[in-house]
Design a protein around this ligand. Structure first.
Ligand code: ZN
Length: 398
């Protein structure tokens, strides 16, 4: 059974221990005691070194703690090793974890929302609380209350008590026997195996970033200590950069962005209207300039430099004028579109599909509007021929 040194001393960063088991060619090592915290209770594992080898993962296997190493350690069972904890990482976890206890205490006692689950991540942490209708304007009040408790620098102590007699726990423990209890003076008592700071002042600060709904609960995102400061720093830089592009002050951003969004929507609506209007004028000019073939149908050839889809409003306006068939093609991309007026009796979808299939292309559509493409643009003249559009027809660029 591994003796967990971090249970009684969260600040122990260097220790000696004896190898009691070594497996996986010496990549997995069990010691008689360890200061390495294994992933458990939501708190991520420590990093550091064992001997001179990096510890990349630490597993909690109930009775024992397994150290996973970056490479084989190559020492026999019974050897003495020096372990070194990456304390910057550990202290960060101590700040996040103690901050969470305080946050959960405030959320339960003062707002009536017990914590359902906790997650500590590399960048940010979350608590899910039993609250189905969270009002986001309360974030500031919760944050202020937790930070007041942080400033009061309340003592954080660890005790070992019998589950049968331990009282005042935030959440009753389902374990029997001895419990490890973390007490924040006058604020919280929780059964927990994690590592914590000695007084709430060491949490530094807690930043509540946002709230979101999750399956009948509310998920609150928070960060503590140095992480809160660097996160706030990053947020400020992002806001400053966004404000600079709009030549505005950061606090004017929400109103300004909304305003711009509205203008963009209006502009887009106007652009579409103008495209339609332009197509109407272009169609009238093209139709008038064309002459009907012997069957009475005006055949108009258009070439598009971009996507043929862009020429759709024009093709439709032409067809609406009656007595004409329009083909739009892109010689570089091999795209082709056909639109026909109803009074021509020409089924655009059927004609185009047949013409394209003959050259290994694909396409189709309705009797009035169809589009497709040839795999090899050099075969486009064959398609135009099949559609009854002589390649000698004058071609208008659109
Ligand atoms: Zn805890």
């Amino acid at each position: 059974m591994t003796d967990r040194l971090y249970y009684t001393d969260a600040r122990l960063d260097r220790f000696t221990a004896v190898v009691v088991e070594s497996t996986d060619d010496g990549r997995r090592v069990v010691l008689d005691r360890t200061a390495f915290y294994p992933t458990s209770g939501g708190q991520p594992h420590d990093l550091g070194t064992l001997g001179s080898i990096g510890v990349v993962d630490v597993l909690d296997e109930e009775e024992r703690i397994v150290h996973c190493l970056a490479e084989p350690i190559g020492v026999p069972v019974g050897s003495m090793l020096v372990g070194q904890i990456d304390m910057a990482r550990r202290f960060d976890h101590m700040q996040q974890h103690t901050g969470q206890h305080l946050l959960s205490a405030v959320l339960t006692d003062e707002f009536g929302w017990p914590t359902v689950s906790v997650h500590f991540g590399d960048e940010t942490n979350t608590v899910d609380v039993a609250c189905d209708a969270f009002d986001p304007t309360r974030l500031a009040a919760i944050e202020r209350r937790v930070n007041a408790l942080i400033v009061q620098n309340r003592r954080v102590t660890v005790s070992f008590e019998d589950a049968a007699v331990a009282t005042g726990l935030r959440k009753p423990s389902d374990r029997a026997g001895e419990l490890r209890i973390v007490t924040i003076d006058g604020a919280d008592r929780s059964a927990c195996g994690g590592t914590h700071v000695d007084a709430t002042g060491e949490i530094g600060v807690l930043l509540l970033r946002r709230a979101e709904k999750t399956k009948g609960n509310t998920r609150l995102e928070f960060v503590c200590g140095h992480r809160a400061v660097s996160r706030a720093r990053l947020d400020a830089e992002l806001l400053t950069a966004a404000a600079r592009t709009l030549s505005a002050a950061p606090h004017d951003l929400p109103g300004l962005v909304e305003q711009q969004q509205q203008r963009l929507t209006e502009g887009e609506r106007e652009r579409k209207r103008l495209i339609g209007e332009l197509a109407r004028y272009q169609a009238a000019a093209l139709w008038t300039a064309s002459t009907p073939d012997s069957d009475g149908v005006r055949r108009i050839r258009l070439s598009a430099s971009g996507a043929i889809k862009e020429a759709e409003p024009l093709a439709q306006q032409l067809a609406a004028l009656g007595g004409c068939a329009v083909v739009v093609s892109n010689a570089d991309l091999g795209g082709v579109m056909m639109a026909t007026a109803e009074d021509t009796g020409i089924d655009a979808g059927q004609r185009l599909r047949t013409a394209l299939q003959a050259v290994g292309g694909r396409g189709g559509g309705s009797p009035r509007l169809a589009q497709g493409a040839v795999p090899d643009p050099s075969r486009l003249p064959l398609v135009l021929d099949a559609l009854g559009f002589r390649t000698s027809l004058p071609e208008q660029s659109v």
